[in-house]
Design a protein around this ligand. Sequence first.
Ligand code: NAD
Length: 477
Amino acid sequence: MQVSGEPSFRESVDLMFKRASKLMDLSPGLEQKIRVCNSTYTVRFGVRLRGKIETFTGYRSVHSEHMEPVKGGIRYALSVNQDEVEALAALMTYKCALVETPFGGSKGGLCIDPRQWDEHELEQITRRFAYELIKRDLINPAQNVPAPDMGTGEREMAWIADQYKRMNTTDINGNACVTGKPIAMGGIQGRTEATGRGVQFALREFFRHPEDVAKAGLSGQLEGKRVIVQGLGNVGYHAAKFLSEEDGCKVVAVIERDGALLDPKGLDIEAVRQHMNRNSGLLAGYPGAKHVADGAAVLEEACDILIPAAMEGVIHLGNAARIKAPLIIEAANGPITYGADEILRQKGCVIIPDMYANAGGVTVSYFEWVKNLSHIRFGRMQRRAEEARSRLLVEELERLSADQGLGWSLGEGFKEKFLQGSDELALVRSGLDDTMRTAYQAMREIWHSRQDVEDLRVAAYIVSIGRVAATYRSKGL
Ligand code: NAD
């Protein structure tokens, strides 16, 4: 948590915005119009549980409606408050603009510890919260589309979609009122893994540019890099799993609520997660790795890449100077406070900012929303046609080889891969990869071409603010 005297999360986001906006030529008043949060709705509602009425407080904040619907997750945590929800809604505006998803920014939250309630109780609470938001069009396929965030997942999204459809029985686009749903409820392949997958694609793109890698004082490829991950939830687990299993990274430490596990040889992420599933989400007792109780201190251990993937404000004025990682990728939203960001930059640390690093979630949410509106699975029309075309080519090559006595034969592995038409998962991953590469290049171009832009975060803000401003200008504002 940030130390006292530091700006709040929302103020931190505002200050970061201002670092960029002062380098831009925005018309008077437009800077403020883009920066401020348009509205925040607070709801307090009661649910009869365990023989008495429990009152809950929830929020839905709309930061910018320059494009609609607005988009942003719903978080379940005791720490949820208006400041946090507004900060997260602002980040959604900038994130959507950066990765070119046609949405404004929004965010929701409910002050609740989901672990204190059983599934049936959580369903009642979620449905009641959704009811309050739906009746005010704060959940609506055309206006405001939530998604999962900390403490929520596809189960909660299914309840929300079902609640919307009960209240809007003739809306043929009802499934598009929320993303991150299970496949059986209109979800899309690859959404659950999307944010972690996006972190992997972001790092791959970063390592394609040796000059950028050198700016962090690193060299070579992603393979073999030592990684520390904080938070082994949806985002952190998938990022750590893909980086270790597919890119040859060594995850030398994971940090969770009850401390950290360390293994210089690299942890088996799947085994750690299975252990957590069996032990009420705790790391303690995992065999074959050292467990330390002070998890936060492990953020300061030596590594090549630090991935905070739990929550905001974990790198603050109190620990920033001791962080050794030369490269930090912000998988969580706002893990580095404004003051810490300055200290890290002065040390030469390269930070891949949240609005880019964790944009994989909203990117695949966009694909899910489009799928719901078009009422057809991606790949359904073209997959077999693609396969037939590839087969034609393979058969023709084989015929030519036989006719001319060339003795060619295509490798079985190649043939199998080449003949495969793209299914929904392949298309989603391809769209996500393209999005992450394109957005990185937009940031990087500004980072490298402008003397006054010293870091990727300011570059990201400049791209995003420029795009939001262009939308306002074309509307005549
Ligand atoms: P999650 O609830 O699935 O996982 C969070 C994990 O962090 C949990 O395992 C929790 O035990 C752990 N954690 C909580 N407090 C901690 C602490 N103090 N120290 C160490 N570990 C701690 O949440 P998530 O969906 O993975 O989201 C994590 C972050 O990523 C949040 O900042 C969220 O806003 C951001 N994010 C999530 C998505 C998404 O698609 N889920 C998309 C974009 C951004």
